[in-house]
Design a protein around this ligand. Structure first.
Ligand SMILES: [Fe+2]
Length: 789
């Protein structure tokens, strides 16, 4: 049966096409077949079990998929509708050309549901990394499902509905036939999707399930579609349907071929995802981040180096992969006067050997201007991808977001990354909230918290790994990094009843340590590594880089108090009982003040040492999560920072600002910049109009916050709608998704030795700094002479 795609076209009628396609596939396993099967997409190992499926794939979520002895399994046991495994290395381009995609699939756990393909993820409008996140919730850009149901029938289903986000509504087939026996756990089915070009931007989908062993037809259906409906990312999907059931499905031997299939081997990801490193004098520290591999795979990573441009690698150290799938290196005796290339190598000398390389520049001790890029608060998506949500604008100036669109998916921050890279920063400071607990998916009690964390965190590193590969990065954790909305750390205490509003950590000590080790393990050595309560580690430290002395403070860990500042009986906590930095960090700051005299000093910490927020009417708001509280401890901390002559750089607030703090007078304290959020939801405003000693832009000048802290606002970047205007469209909350109405971006600190001054800048995420006339947000740069810090 010498069927060709051309004869399918000429034959034309759908009813004829389906069985012929099945016959062709039947023959494809046969040496005499006229058409060879399409090429394999993966070469997954057959003899191991692990959480990470393999380099061609991105799992939504990490915890919900597994590789088990050559079979890809969906193991989601709760909310197991619409779990996807994105195929990174293939997509469907927009050409009106043929394609064939096949996979073997079967039932792992019986129940009402389906397994099969998701095509057209992102509609061709998304960065491939963002398209890889298409999952449970249907919405704009969600693509189309081509799936095989537990009842034995193949069907096409919609994944773009904004109104029925979990309906997966069946799309009418032009034809459907076959015996359609119900699926069983004993099955091994070949599911094939043939895409036949019809011209004029339209194509025919021929979806066929047949018995893998002998090609016996089980079910087949056809549907004609516009090419635009199927252009974009490709994924496998395992889903319960129509209601919650235990259904889980497996896959193996994914194949894809034809001129419509885009082949992108360079998009393969892992087992090493990326690196973070720091350099402090002769101590070089690096974290190699992996995905969760099998316990039977090599459990170490080797670090090799060579002089920049050299030809011979030298092994420098070996590190074990620890919980969190991170291998931490600490190398002493590093020659920081020279530039080096590095590579981290896993499974060295085996067929699975993998290496990831970068460069370590010489410590730029005499560069005229040292630039620090400041990242924080990256929520990945505004609307969640696993819960129902609404992306409709409620103000005339607001835009509809869609779901799988560039407007809703801030991840992978490609424009922000490109623009920050164009500033050529020497150092990256990621100051907290690298991810959030309810985006892009909700925190789940149904999966390991370690894997839930790793799913969110690996998105961040995937987005920014090209920035962190070739320059040092300092990472700090804030409240959302430990999966809670606010944090009064109480030296590591557990939150009473899991309620963080009463102070303490929600997560157990081991998980907090895992999160800190993965994100901060490569930071310079802690000043005093003694853990706090429950064995939770600390990372506050100082280091030198580029001829600048830096300090890293942990604002939240030792802080006491809670969300309302009153005890259980309603009495305010006595001021003498309240602490912010705690005695240990105060002693550290005293020591740092006298260290490295003559060097410019920069202090990184999580948040603002004041409370800069107003409500819809412009009234000052009191936020106990700001470092305006507790005020006496805030002032004590600022005295120590003034003594050090340090400039302060922070994140957390989502409201970019730069202030001069007051201690005993209005403006006798240090200057602090809060960098813009990279991409976030919750908005804050500071709208006080004309203030004494205004700085030339609105809402600047002298203010006393509700805790009694004085400061002079030097610059502030309010959202592009006032809080009052926002309230007209949003009855409650402070969430805003439309980035045209927000001031998301990044911070840039220039330590300019030529002019002996700091220059603080807040930049918009989508501003090309090299374009003529481009500038930071109005009010910046703020210039602070070293002598006035
Ligand atoms: Fe945040």
């Amino acid at each position: 049966v010498g069927i060709t795609r051309r004869s399918l076209l000429v034959g034309g009628v759908a009813a004829a096409a389906a069985p012929l396609a099945a016959a062709r596939l039947h023959q494809s396993g046969d040496a005499r077949a006229a058409t060879p099967p399409p090429p394999r997409v993966d070469s997954l190992p057959d003899a191991l079990t692990r959480i990470w499926v393999g380099a061609p794939y991105w799992a939504n979520r990490l915890a919900d998929w597994r590789l088990d002895m050559g079979r890809i399994q969906c193991v989601a046991t709760r909310e197991n509708a619409g779990r996807t495994l994105a195929v990174l290395t293939r997509d469907l381009n927009g050409t009106n050309a043929p394609a064939t995609i096949t996979v073997r699939t079967g039932t792992l756990t019986s129940g009402s549901g389906f397994s099969g393909f998701l095509i057209g993820a992102g509609g061709g409008m998304l960065d491939y990394r963002a398209a890889a996140l298409v999952q449970r919730a249907s919405g704009q850009g969600g693509g189309m499902l081509c799936v095989y149901g537990s009842d034995g029938a193949v069907r096409f289903r919609d994944h773009t509905s904004e109104t029925g986000q979990f309906g997966y509504t069946e799309l009418a087939a032009a034809s459907r036939s076959g015996p359609e026996p119900a699926r069983t756990t004993a099955e091994d089915v070949l599911l094939s999707l043939e895409i036949v070009p019809l011209g004029a931007g339209r194509s025919r989908l021929v979806l066929t399930a047949s018995r893998a062993a002998d090609g016996t037809l089980l079910s087949t259906a056809t549907r004609d579609v516009a090419d635009t409906a199927i252009t974009g990312g490709l994924a496998l999907m395992s889903s319960s349907y129509p209601t919650a059931s235990a259904a889980q499905f497996w896959f193996r031997e994914l194949r894809a071929g034809g001129a419509r299939v885009g082949v992108h081997p360079e998009r393969a990801l892992g087992p090493i995802l990326g690196t973070l490193w720091s350099l402090n004098g002769s101590v070089f520290k690096l974290t190699a981040q992996l995905f969760p591999i099998a316990s039977t795979e090599p459990q170490t990573v080797r670090l090799d180096t060579r002089p920049l441009g050299g030809t011979t690698w030298r092994a420098r150290a070996t590190a074990s992969i620890k919980p969190g799938s991170a291998a931490l290196f600490r190398v002493t005796g590093w020659d920081s006067t020279k530039a080096w290339e590095y590579r981290v190598v896993h499974a060295s000398g085996t067929p699975a050997e993998y290496s990831y390389a970068g460069t370590v520049p010489a410590d730029p001790v005499s560069v005229p201007e040292l630039r620090v890029g400041v990242l924080n608060c990256t929520i990945h998506s505004f609307r969640p991808l696993d819960r129902a949500s609404n992306g409709k604008a409620t103000l005339p100036e607001e835009h509809d977001l869609g779901l799988y669109t560039p407007a809703n998916l801030y991840f992978p921050y490609a424009e922000l990354s490109k623009n920050l890279a164009a500033q050529q920063p020497h150092l990256i400071a990621a100051l907290g909230d690298q991810f959030y607990e309810d985006r892009p998916t909700f925190k789940s009690t149904g999966v390991s918290p370690d894997l839930d964390f790793l799913y969110r965190y690996t998105l961040w590193l995937w987005a920014f790994r090209d920035l962190t590969r070739d320059r040092p990065t300092i990472v700090m954790t804030d409240d959302h990094d430990v999966l809670q909305g606010n944090l009064w750390g109480h030296s590591g205490a557990a939150a009473p009843g899991g309620d963080f509003n009463q102070g303490g950590y929600v997560l157990g000590g081991a998980t907090v340590n895992l999160i800190q080790r993965v994100q901060c393990g490569h930071d310079p050595d802690p000043f005093d590594p003694t853990p706090v309560d429950r064995g939770i580690g600390v990372y506050y430290c100082s280091f030198r880089y580029g001829g600048v002395s830096f300090a890293v403070l942990e604002d939240r860990k030792f802080k006491t108090g809670d969300a309302d500042g009153v005890d259980a009986s309603g009495h305010p906590f006595p001021p003498s009982s309240l602490q912010l930095l705690g005695a240990r960090q105060q002693a550290f700051l005293s020591s740092w003040a006298s260290d490295a005299p003559g060097l410019p000093k920069v202090c990184f910490s999580q948040t603002l040492y004041g409370c800069l927020q107003t409500g819809p009417s412009g009234a000052l708001l009191k936020d106990f999560d700001s470092n305006g509280y507790p005020p006496a401890a805030r002032t004590a901390a600022l005295r120590l920072l003034r003594q050090a002559k340090a400039i302060m750089v922070s994140g957390d607030q989502h409201l970019a600002s730069t202030v001069r703090h007051g201690i005993d007078a209005a403006t006798d304290g240090p200057v602090q910049m809060v960098a813009p959020a990279g991409g976030t939801s919750f908005q804050r405003w500071f709208e006080r109009g004309a203030l004494p000693n205004a700085q030339g832009t609105p809402n600047t000048g002298d203010v006393t916050d509700p805790f009694g802290n004085r400061m002079r606002v030097l610059a502030v970047a309010n959202p592009n709608v006032t809080f009052a205007r926002y309230r007209q469209g949003h009855a409650t909350g402070q969430a805003l998704g439309d980035r045209t109405l927000k001031r998301d971006g990044y911070g840039l600190l220039r330590v300019n030795r030529a002019s002996s001054e700091f220059r603080l800048e807040a930049w918009g995420w989508n501003v090309d700094p090299l374009a003529p006339g481009s500038a930071p947000f109005a009010g910046w740069p703020v210039r602070v002479p070293f002598s006035a810090a």
